[in-house]
Write a protein that binds this ligand. Structure first.
Ligand SMILES: Cc1ncc(COP(=O)(O)O)c(C=O)c1O
Length: 358
């Protein structure tokens, strides 16, 4: 097993002469093992681990300068939206939030200041699938960096560098860690120059994770393929159970043939995952809260991607930082619930859904 190098600093034979490790903000052997492992999973040359997913996105935006512009999706994780609009906008970086399934909408925003195209796919929580290869074509043509938040898919379902992304980001907190016991982020990439810039920001700004967390993620990764397989199987069965359920209005899962981006999902993903969102028919906020609180096997909690199944109310939990009109425009309404299907026995999950939705 990889040792947990619980150390902040390392012996040096003479000043600057050491065994590759000087101070643990910059480098730690347990973290290095994890960075190498994540890079291999993403078919990347380089990996960098951060103390959270947000820390990883923060480092990418810090590649930019005041006056630079970013094109990103109008259906984003609320924390990413909050960081873009509340933290970086005031440093003179401009963000365009567009429907990324509409390539004309992307094209319309591009100008000489555009430096980053930032996409999430599948999107959180409406499960749109963004065509990574198409975005890569646009990004290459205009010399823009393409960053992909691969959190929902994990490398088991989608290796975005292989289809043209420049940087992959993960909230490692989710499927990669897999056990709801670690907060961590990661970036994986091939370009040496970009890696040097990001490693510089990583060490300079200091959002680096500790060795114990790195160890836990290394352990979690050993079962990633088995967990993902079960997440997909259970996700499939839960989605089909909900499909014609009388309490459900809209249902978002990319595995359905009538999902608007099903064909793209089939091309760029190996399977459709365990993330599902739905709206409740004729339900008020109170009705929605009552149902969200009535699960016995599923747990009402933020986050996703752990072995335990979670229910989340995006409007007041994960996406509360997005103004109501903006989130409602993309379908994140008060009567929406999001499911992260775990790896429990499918009968227990379905039974619990039945009683909660009765
Ligand atoms: C798609 C997505 N990206 C980024 C993040 C942020 O990651 P973290 O919570 O590890 O900072 C999350 C967290 O929920 C997420 O769902």
């Amino acid at each position: 097993m990889t040792p947990i190098y619980q150390t902040s600093t390392y012996w040096q034979e003479s000043p600057g002469k050491h065994k590759g490790y000087a101070y643990a903000r910059g480098k730690n052997p347990t973290r290095s093992a994890l960075e190498k492992c994540l890079a291999e999973l993403e078919n990347a040359k380089h990996g960098l681990c951060f103390s959270s997913g947000m820390g990883a996105i923060d480092a990418v935006v810090k590649l930019l300068n005041p006056g630079d512009e970013v094109i990103t999706g109008d259906d984003l994780y609320g924390g990413t939206y909050r960081m873009f609009t509340k933290v970086f906008a005031k440093y003179g970086i401009r963000f365009h939030f567009v429907n990324l399934t509409d390539f004309n909408a992307i094209d319309d925003c591009i100008n000489e200041n555009t430096k980053l195209l930032w996409i999430e796919t599948p999107t959180n929580p409406t499960m749109q699938i963004i065509d990574i290869a198409m975005c890569a074509m646009i990004a290459k043509k205009h010399n823009i960096i393409l960053g992909v938040d691969n959190t929902f898919a994990a490398p088991y379902l989608q290796t975005s560098l292989d289809i043209g992304a420049d940087i992959i980001m993960h909230s490692v907190t989710k499927y990669l860690g897999g056990h709801s016991d670690v907060i961590m982020g990661a970036l994986c990439l091939n370009d040496d120059k970009l890696y040097e810039q990001l490693a510089f920001i990583h060490n300079s700004c200091g959002a680096t994770p500790g060795p114990m967390d790195s160890f836990l993620v290394l352990r979690g990764l050993k079962t990633l393929h088995i967990r993902m397989q079960r997440h997909c199987e259970n996700g499939h069965d839960v989605a089909w159970f909900l499909k014609d359920h009388p309490r459900i209005d809209k249902l978002y899962w990319p595995g359905f043939a009538d999902h608007p981006n099903h064909a793209v999902a089939r091309t760029q993903m190996k399977d459709f995952g365990g993330m599902i969102a739905f709206t409740l028919k004729d339900a008020s906020l109170d009705d929605t809260f009552r149902i969200a609180s009535s699960f016995k096997v599923w747990t009402l909690a933020e986050s996703l991607g752990g072995v335990e199944s979670l229910v989340n109310h995006p409007a007041t939990m994960t996406h509360a930082s997005i103004p109501k009109e903006e989130r409602e425009r993309v379908g994140v309404v008060d009567n929406m619930l999001r499911l992260s299907t775990g790896i429990e026995h499918i009968d227990d999950l379905i039974e619990d859904l039945k009683q909660a939705l009765q």
